[in-house]
Ligand binder design. Structure first.
Ligand SMILES: C[S@@+](CC[C@H](N)C(=O)[O-])C[C@H]1O[C@@H](n2cnc3c(N)ncnc32)[C@H](O)[C@@H]1O
Length: 229
């Protein structure tokens, strides 16, 4: 079993409803082989799924995993790391991986910030932060995943020409994500017209939170930034 580094405090939920036996079995049977191991070379971890030159993408907080699984299925030549501490979400992603026979996903079942130092500099083609916990109260702003220091780390990890892709339905979070990314010298917003942030880009799968938001008439926004400069 991989020893986990210790690090910043995680404020989200790690457990939800008790898992049904089938979902628990997925965790027991599949997760050990698919768990991202920060101490091993990346190429060895993805095995024969793709060659060592394959692009690598990261999804932070994949929730139920439908977005990550959709991306991995649509882009079989890209390797994906998904980070999510919520065990019910991890089990749900494993079910997607099993059903769709996906071999290009590795899972970090904890806070993403613990593995960022182990990822290769300029080694990521894309980072996805879809519907992050908004922490809308001002006094909780420090809990939001996107912080200026996180932008510095992402600027180091995303290769020039790569992308940071984000979405939210929360008014405070939308402004926060946009302002935080726009304030960074190495990220350039790609939007040219309102449809570019109001409509889900056709290459991005739907997410569970997106569906919830739309059902509640909260309009999501999508923000795509190029790693520039
Ligand atoms: C509001 S949910 C959205 C889930 C999913 N992206 C979606 O759109 O359906 C935010 C997710 O981010 C995860 N999360 C929050 N902080 C995180 C961190 N530091 N590292 C990894 N995941 C994190 C939470 O556990 C939660 O599942």
């Amino acid at each position: 079993m991989t020893s986990k580094p210790t690090g910043p405090r995680f404020y989200g939920r790690r457990k939800g409803r008790p898992l049904r036996a089938g979902m628990q079995a997925l965790l027991t049977d599949m997760l050990p082989a698919l768990r991202f191991d920060a101490t091993r070379p990346l190429a060895a971890q993805f095995g024969s799924a793709n060659g060592p030159q394959a692009e690598l993408a990261l999804e932070i907080g994949f929730g139920g995993g439908e977005h990550l699984a959709g991306l991995a299925e649509a882009n079989p030549a890209t390797n994906f790391i998904g980070a999510e501490p919520f065990v019910n979400g991890i089990a749900s992603l494993l079910r997607h991986i099993q059903k769709r026979h996906l071999s290009n996903i590795r899972i970090w079942d904890d806070d993403v910030r613990l593995i960022l130092p182990a990822l290769p500099v300029a080694g990521l083609s894309q980072v996805f932060i879809m519907f992050p916990d908004p922490w809308p109260k001002k006094r909780h702003a420090a809990r939001r995943i996107l912080q200026p220091e996180m932008m510095d780390i992402l600027a180091r990890l995303i290769r020039p020409g790569g992308q940071l892709v984000m979405a939210s339905d929360d008014p405070t979070a939308k402004i926060w994500l946009l302002q935080t990314a726009m304030s960074h010298q190495h990220f350039c917003w790609t939007a040219r017209c309102p449809a570019d942030w109001r409509d889900r880009p056709s290459h991005l799968p739907a997410t569970r939170y997106m569906a919830k938001a739309e059902k509640a008439s909260r309009r999501p926004a999508w923000f795509i930034f190029d790693r520039c400069g």
